[in-house]
Design a protein around this ligand. Sequence first.
Ligand code: HEM
Length: 131
Amino acid sequence: MGKLVIALSKETGAKVPDLLKSYGRHLFGRFLAGYPQFFAGMSDSFSFLKTIDEVVHIEVRKLYPDAELPSFETVEAGPAHLQMTYRSPRCLGDFAEGLMEGCFAHFGENVSLTRVDEAAGRVVRFDLRRH
Ligand code: HEM
Protein backbone atom coordinates (compact mmCIF):
# COMPACT_ATOMS: atom_id res chain seq x y z
CA MET A 1 0.00 0.00 0.00
CA GLY A 2 2.89 2.32 0.84
CA LYS A 3 4.40 1.93 -2.63
CA LEU A 4 1.04 2.51 -4.31
CA VAL A 5 0.32 5.63 -2.28
CA ILE A 6 3.79 7.08 -2.92
CA ALA A 7 3.39 6.44 -6.68
CA LEU A 8 -0.07 8.04 -6.63
CA SER A 9 1.32 11.04 -4.77
CA LYS A 10 4.01 11.53 -7.44
CA GLU A 11 1.43 11.15 -10.18
CA THR A 12 -1.15 13.55 -8.75
CA GLY A 13 0.85 15.91 -6.57
CA ALA A 14 -1.46 15.12 -3.62
CA LYS A 15 0.30 14.70 -0.28
CA VAL A 16 0.75 11.15 1.09
CA PRO A 17 -1.05 11.88 4.41
CA ASP A 18 -4.03 13.34 2.51
CA LEU A 19 -4.21 10.29 0.24
CA LEU A 20 -4.08 7.93 3.24
CA LYS A 21 -6.89 9.85 4.95
CA SER A 22 -9.05 9.82 1.80
CA TYR A 23 -8.46 6.12 1.37
CA GLY A 24 -9.45 5.49 5.00
CA ARG A 25 -12.68 7.50 4.58
CA HIS A 26 -13.52 5.56 1.43
CA LEU A 27 -12.63 2.18 2.92
CA PHE A 28 -14.88 2.69 5.91
CA GLY A 29 -17.85 2.66 3.51
CA ARG A 30 -16.59 -0.62 2.05
CA PHE A 31 -16.34 -2.12 5.55
CA LEU A 32 -19.96 -1.14 6.21
CA ALA A 33 -21.10 -2.80 3.00
CA GLY A 34 -18.91 -5.89 3.35
CA TYR A 35 -19.08 -6.60 7.09
CA PRO A 36 -22.46 -5.34 8.36
CA GLN A 37 -22.34 -7.79 11.28
CA PHE A 38 -19.78 -5.60 13.04
CA PHE A 39 -22.18 -2.65 12.97
CA ALA A 40 -25.36 -4.42 14.09
CA GLY A 41 -26.81 -2.66 17.12
CA MET A 42 -24.20 0.13 17.03
CA SER A 43 -25.77 3.55 17.44
CA ASP A 44 -22.72 5.77 17.77
CA SER A 45 -19.12 5.99 16.61
CA PHE A 46 -17.47 5.70 20.03
CA SER A 47 -19.25 2.39 20.73
CA PHE A 48 -17.95 1.03 17.44
CA LEU A 49 -14.42 2.38 17.79
CA LYS A 50 -14.12 0.70 21.18
CA THR A 51 -14.76 -2.69 19.53
CA ILE A 52 -11.97 -2.53 16.93
CA ASP A 53 -9.18 -3.84 19.10
CA GLU A 54 -11.17 -6.44 21.04
CA VAL A 55 -13.65 -7.64 18.42
CA VAL A 56 -13.09 -6.51 14.82
CA HIS A 57 -9.36 -6.98 14.48
CA ILE A 58 -9.54 -10.20 16.56
CA GLU A 59 -11.97 -11.63 13.98
CA VAL A 60 -9.74 -10.31 11.19
CA ARG A 61 -6.80 -12.20 12.73
CA LYS A 62 -8.81 -15.46 12.70
CA LEU A 63 -9.57 -15.08 8.99
CA TYR A 64 -6.17 -13.71 7.97
CA PRO A 65 -3.45 -14.96 10.34
CA ASP A 66 -0.84 -12.92 8.43
CA ALA A 67 -2.72 -9.60 8.69
CA GLU A 68 -0.58 -6.73 9.91
CA LEU A 69 -2.76 -5.09 12.52
CA PRO A 70 -2.24 -2.11 14.80
CA SER A 71 -3.30 -2.01 18.43
CA PHE A 72 -5.77 0.52 19.83
CA GLU A 73 -6.19 1.42 23.46
CA THR A 74 -9.34 3.38 24.30
CA VAL A 75 -10.14 5.41 27.38
CA GLU A 76 -13.54 6.99 28.02
CA ALA A 77 -12.46 10.33 29.36
CA GLY A 78 -16.06 11.61 29.63
CA PRO A 79 -19.54 11.02 28.17
CA ALA A 80 -18.61 12.64 24.86
CA HIS A 81 -14.85 12.29 25.03
CA LEU A 82 -12.82 9.29 23.85
CA GLN A 83 -9.05 8.97 23.89
CA MET A 84 -7.73 6.39 21.48
CA THR A 85 -4.07 5.45 21.18
CA TYR A 86 -2.87 3.84 17.96
CA ARG A 87 0.29 1.75 18.03
CA SER A 88 1.93 0.12 15.02
CA PRO A 89 5.40 -0.12 13.48
CA ARG A 90 3.71 0.71 10.15
CA CYS A 91 3.02 4.32 11.16
CA LEU A 92 -0.39 4.53 9.49
CA GLY A 93 -2.00 7.06 11.82
CA ASP A 94 -3.23 9.04 8.81
CA PHE A 95 -5.03 5.98 7.46
CA ALA A 96 -6.55 5.38 10.92
CA GLU A 97 -7.67 9.02 11.03
CA GLY A 98 -9.45 8.65 7.66
CA LEU A 99 -11.21 5.49 8.87
CA MET A 100 -12.34 7.33 12.02
CA GLU A 101 -13.64 10.24 9.93
CA GLY A 102 -15.58 7.78 7.77
CA CYS A 103 -17.01 6.33 10.96
CA PHE A 104 -18.14 9.75 12.29
CA ALA A 105 -19.75 10.55 8.93
CA HIS A 106 -21.59 7.23 8.91
CA PHE A 107 -23.12 7.90 12.33
CA GLY A 108 -23.89 11.51 11.34
CA GLU A 109 -21.83 12.90 14.20
CA ASN A 110 -19.85 16.07 14.63
CA VAL A 111 -16.62 14.94 16.30
CA SER A 112 -13.52 17.06 16.62
CA LEU A 113 -10.31 15.09 16.32
CA THR A 114 -6.93 16.21 17.54
CA ARG A 115 -3.83 14.04 17.62
CA VAL A 116 -0.32 13.92 18.96
CA ASP A 117 2.20 11.79 17.08
CA GLU A 118 4.97 10.15 19.05
CA ALA A 119 7.86 7.79 18.28
CA ALA A 120 8.04 8.94 14.64
CA GLY A 121 4.37 8.03 14.07
CA ARG A 122 4.48 4.55 15.62
CA VAL A 123 2.26 5.91 18.39
CA VAL A 124 -0.59 8.35 17.70
CA ARG A 125 -2.74 9.64 20.54
CA PHE A 126 -6.15 10.64 19.19
CA ASP A 127 -8.40 12.85 21.27
CA LEU A 128 -12.02 12.68 20.10
CA ARG A 129 -14.76 15.01 21.35
CA ARG A 130 -18.34 14.65 20.19
CA HIS A 131 -20.42 17.85 19.99
C1 HEM B 1 -12.71 2.86 12.21
C2 HEM B 1 -12.40 1.56 12.27
C3 HEM B 1 -11.02 0.98 12.00
C4 HEM B 1 -9.80 1.53 12.20
C5 HEM B 1 -9.45 2.92 12.77
C6 HEM B 1 -8.82 0.55 11.71
C7 HEM B 1 -7.46 0.76 11.63
C8 HEM B 1 -6.57 -0.02 10.94
C9 HEM B 1 -5.24 0.38 10.53
C10 HEM B 1 -4.64 1.77 10.79
C11 HEM B 1 -4.67 -0.67 9.87
C12 HEM B 1 -3.30 -0.68 9.15
C13 HEM B 1 -2.25 -1.55 9.75
C14 HEM B 1 -1.41 -0.81 10.78
O1 HEM B 1 -1.55 0.42 10.96
O2 HEM B 1 -0.59 -1.50 11.45
C15 HEM B 1 -5.64 -1.74 9.86
C16 HEM B 1 -5.44 -2.98 9.29
C17 HEM B 1 -6.44 -3.85 9.00
N1 HEM B 1 -7.78 -3.72 9.34
FE1 HEM B 1 -8.59 -2.24 10.46
N2 HEM B 1 -9.48 -0.56 11.29
C18 HEM B 1 -10.82 -0.35 11.44
C19 HEM B 1 -11.84 -1.21 11.13
C20 HEM B 1 -11.67 -2.39 10.46
C21 HEM B 1 -12.77 -3.22 10.01
C22 HEM B 1 -14.27 -2.92 10.23
C23 HEM B 1 -12.19 -4.30 9.37
C24 HEM B 1 -12.83 -5.47 8.69
C25 HEM B 1 -14.07 -5.77 8.73
C26 HEM B 1 -10.75 -4.11 9.41
C27 HEM B 1 -9.83 -4.96 8.85
C28 HEM B 1 -8.47 -4.75 8.76
C29 HEM B 1 -7.52 -5.64 8.07
C30 HEM B 1 -7.87 -6.91 7.30
C31 HEM B 1 -6.25 -5.07 8.23
C32 HEM B 1 -4.89 -5.67 7.80
C33 HEM B 1 -4.51 -5.42 6.36
C34 HEM B 1 -3.28 -6.22 5.94
O3 HEM B 1 -2.65 -6.97 6.72
O4 HEM B 1 -2.89 -6.10 4.77
N3 HEM B 1 -10.47 -2.95 10.11
N4 HEM B 1 -6.78 -1.33 10.52
